[in-house]
Design a protein around this ligand. Structure first.
Ligand code: ADP
Length: 809
């Protein structure tokens, strides 16, 4: 019974009881018996929705009661705020909760006053690198979804971070929460932890496969779900759940599909199903929700989502804006939205239980694999585990779809009868080791090759490997790489990070990204004169700049401009892709000009391309036809690239170069003030992706700025400006205005067109002019004037109609 729990801060057992948690679930009780509230380390491998969070809370709260400090590591940033909100209910019992996200470089000093801190593993890793003082005070660390150490991209960070934290404090309590994986015992060995492994669930889960006119469940039962001729299985299953069980209880459905596009089109179809089951009240609530969704942004995705939501269905994927995601999740929990069509990201973490789960697609395109690949058993089990709402449903139903009897049998074998895969460390992959070895040396965890190997010995990799030689070999290769690139120095015995190496580690860059950036900027310094001339050759109407830059190499000038002319250059105002200039109705929505009026070098595109080709940027894929488009663009903009363009015959390198160019072009459109909607359309991405690229670019350009200044390169100014333009998504002339709080890229453009061109102008301009440019939004206008430092920002008695005609762009 929770009332009998000891070792927790006063009032907590009673609070749990008041929440309706009177008795511990069996795995929770087992964890407490294993010493959870006495500081024992523990691996809890239990199914989704069986109360792992409470296990974590009991450990953290009892640790804090003993005067300690706890850290909760989440796998996704979106989950950090969700968990913080959950833990904040303990604040009335004197527990302070903090969340650490965002800026990788800050040392999070203020967090030292918190009892419970929530952060992503990347953030924790960077806090360790930056020697956050409170790290040594930690007494309890929770690793949520620890099976993700298996993830190629992010797993090694979690693995190394846990190893470092344990090294900082050998008595640290580590509580690792895991899905039911095959080898939880190995994870427990690695962490010197007790193991609680269980298949117990608070609500029964019936897993089955739909084929023909019925679902066959693993327990031998069947449910008839007829599918009419020419109809599809998924809508039939969604409708069937809404028909309700024998008591008439309506059930919601979660449909998992394999791509964002599929999530969106499935939601459109499901909306026609859910619409038939709505009450009048629900319709009006949903109409309100749709309006809220449209208010978040006026993109096409937003409109599509609003349309589906108005009919009771929604889609959910990583390309959605965070506000959209929260609105959808909340309305689904409130049973207002009846069906969500989601990509598997929803299965990880976010608590959205549903009466029925339909796993529509069990294969997904995998770029590294080069084709469709079946999902892991673990992943499918996690999706299926979302079925069943305790207290609401008699049981949950998770259904896979088969076209024929053979396929049905295969799905049973593959996913229903099968155990989840083992977790395997991905640390020995070179990109991972590169980053982590540099950080380990830079933050003083090891100073010799032996010290490094000893540290690595504390990782899961070492626990698992049967080839101890291999780690030594990769370590040597990586150390060589770091030395050749000037990030570490060897003096026979000890290894030390160089000043640049320290910076790279603190900036949280992959050393390979840093090397690429440094090479590119140094190359730019060496080729500056020649490239400026090549660029100037494209716009002969602006001869001034090249004279100021020119020195004594007239031959170079000739060659450079000829080269450009041969490529069919010229026409500096060309809009870059030329395909859709015709429907540009106003300047602000047009393509980014190929060349800025005021020429800087390196150019923004050159810098964007540089950071886009680092391994820290997820590049856009080339779709069919893109190869031609971007090859052409590549030749057109050749003088802007920082570094040698690979030849078309270097297949892979050239392809990568073009993907980076496509990504860079997206950024160039963004800073050229192209509408978000146009960008999503042009590049086939969601608004959330634009945000993602923009944030990554901002971070990488910030890092480039630091490296340039540390290496005394004169491109610092150009890099800073390119970064600021990405931050605000504006052309150069709007930088001042867009920096005013509340202005943003669209309003900055409107104000500028109305003749209010700077922060200073905002303080001086006629108010009616400002109001008209802001489309009569008084509150907005007041806030903006105030933020610009105007003494009397009030808009009372101001009439936008008084504004002169030229104030309305
Ligand atoms: P997991 O993290 O394992 O996926 P959660 O921790 O989100 O699962 O738990 C799912 C739900 O179960 C939550 O709503 C939680 O409040 C509830 N819950 C957890 N433990 C208990 C308990 N002992 N008694 C009743 N409800 C519980």
């Amino acid at each position: 019974r929770t009332a009998d729990l000891t070792g927790l801060p006063t009032g907590i057992p009673e609070a749990l009881r008041d929440e309706g948690i009177e008795e511990l679930y069996p795995p929770q009780a087992e964890a407490v018996e294993a010493g959870l509230t006495d500081g024992e380390s523990l691996v809890a491998a239990v199914p989704t929705a069986s109360g792992k969070t409470l296990i974590a809370e009991l450990a953290m709260l009892s640790s804090v009661a003993r005067g300690g400090k706890a850290l909760y590591i989440v796998p996704l940033r979106a989950l950090a705020s969700e968990k913080k909100a959950e833990f904040e209910r303990w604040e009335e019992y004197g527990i302070d909760v903090g969340v650490s996200t965002g800026n990788y470089e800050s040392d999070g000093e203020w967090l030292s006053s918190r009892d419970i801190i929530v952060a992503t593993s990347e953030k924790v890793d960077s806090l360790v690198r930056n020697n956050a003082a409170w790290m040594d005070q930690l007494t309890c660390v929770v690793a949520d979804e620890v099976h993700l150490v298996d993830d190629r991209h992010r797993g090694p960070t979690l693995e190394v971070t846990l190893a470092k934290l344990r090294r900082l404090n050998p008595n640290l309590q580590v509580v690792a929460l895991s899905a039911t994986v095959g080898n939880a015992g190995v994870v427990a060995d690695w962490l010197d932890a007790e193991l609680v492994k269980s298949d117990w669930r608070p609500i029964d889960l019936k897993m089955g496969v739909h084929y023909g006119n019925a679902v066959s469940f693993a327990d031998g039962s069947q449910r008839e779900v007829p599918v009419g001729r020419g109809e599809r299985q998924t809508p039939a299953l969604v409708a069937d759940a809404l028909e309700g069980d024998d008591d008439g209880d309506q059930g919601s459905s979660l449909v998992f599909v394999n791509s964002r596009r599929n999530a969106e089109s499935a939601a459109r179809r499901m909306a026609d199903v859910t619409e038939r089951y709505l009450t009048g009240d629900e319709r009006s609530d949903l109409a309100e929700l749709a309006a809220e969704i449209r208010d978040v942004s006026d993109t096409e995705t937003s409109e599509d989502l609003a349309k589906a939501v108005a009919k009771g269905a929604a889609f959910h994927h990583a390309g959605l804006a965070a506000e959209h995601r929260t609105l959808v999740e909340d309305a689904f929990r409130d049973r207002l939205i009846k069906c969500i069509c989601a990509t598997p990201t929803l299965a990880a973490g976010v608590n959205t239980p549903s009466r029925r789960v339909v796993v529509r697609d069990w294969q997904r395109y995998d770029g590294d694999y080069g084709g469709m690949k079946p999902l892991d058993v673990l992943e499918v089990h996690q999706m299926m585990g979302r079925a069943g709402r305790p207290g609401l449903d008699p049981y949950g139903e998770a259904v896979l779809l088969a076209k024929d009897a053979d396929a049905r049998d295969e799905l049973f074998e593959r996913y229903i009868w099968a155990d989840a895969e083992d977790v395997r460390s991905k640390l020995a992959a070179e990109p991972a080791l590169r980053t982590h070895l540099l950080a380990t040396v830079a933050s003083g965890f090891a100073h010799t090759r032996e010290g490094l190997l000893e540290f690595l010995d504390q990782t899961l990799y070492a626990t698992q490997t049967d080839d101890p030689e291999r780690l030594g070999q990769v370590t040597d290769r990586v150390l060589d790489y770091l030395e050749v690139n000037g990030f570490v120095e060897f003096d026979g015995e000890t290894i030390q990070a160089t000043p640049v190496g320290h910076t790279v580690s603190r900036l949280y860059l992959d050393p390979m990204s840093a090397a690429e950036i440094i090479d590119g900027l140094e190359w730019a310094a060496d080729h500056r004169t020649e490239k400026l001339r090549a660029l100037a050759g494209e716009t002969p109407e602006k001869p001034k700049r090249d004279r100021s830059e020119s020195d004594n190499e007239p031959g170079g000038f000739q060659r450079a401009s000829e080269m450009v002319a041969d490529d069919g250059g010229g026409g500096g105002g060309d809009d870059g892709d030329g395909s859709d200039g015709a429907d540009d109705t106003d300047g602000g929505d047009g393509d980014a000009d190929a060349f800025e009026t005021d020429r800087t070098y390196p150019t923004p595109l050159g810098l964007y391309h540089l950071v886009c080709r680092t391994p820290d940027m997820y590049q856009l894929y080339l779709k069919s036809g893109d190869r031609e488009t971007y090859t052409e663009l590549c030749y057109e903009r050749e003088p802007e690239f920082l570094g040698r363009v690979p030849s078309e015959y270097e297949d892979v390198a050239f392809e990568d170069w073009l993907s980076a160019l496509k990504t860079a072009k997206l950024l160039e459109d963004w800073v050229g003030e192209v509408d978000e909607d146009r960008i999503t359309e042009r590049y086939g991405v969601g608004p959330g992706d634009i945000r993602g690229k923009v944030e990554t670019a901002e971070w990488l350009l910030g890092a480039a700025e630091r490296l340039a200044s540390e290496l005394d390169l004169d491109s610092v100014y150009a890099v800073r400006e390119a970064k600021k333009r990405v931050e605000y998504g504006v052309r150069e002339e709007l930088l001042d205005l867009a920096g005013v709080r509340g202005v943003g890229r669209k309003r900055a453009r409107r104000l500028f067109e109305a003749g209010v061109e700077s922060r200073a102008d905002l303080r001086e301009a006629e108010k009616s002019r400002v109001l008209a440019a802001l489309r009569g939004r008084r509150k907005t206008a007041e806030n903006i004037l105030e933020a610009a430092g105007r003494k009397d920002p009030s808009m009372d008695a101001v009439d936008e109609d008084d504004a002169p005609d030229d104030a309305v762009p």
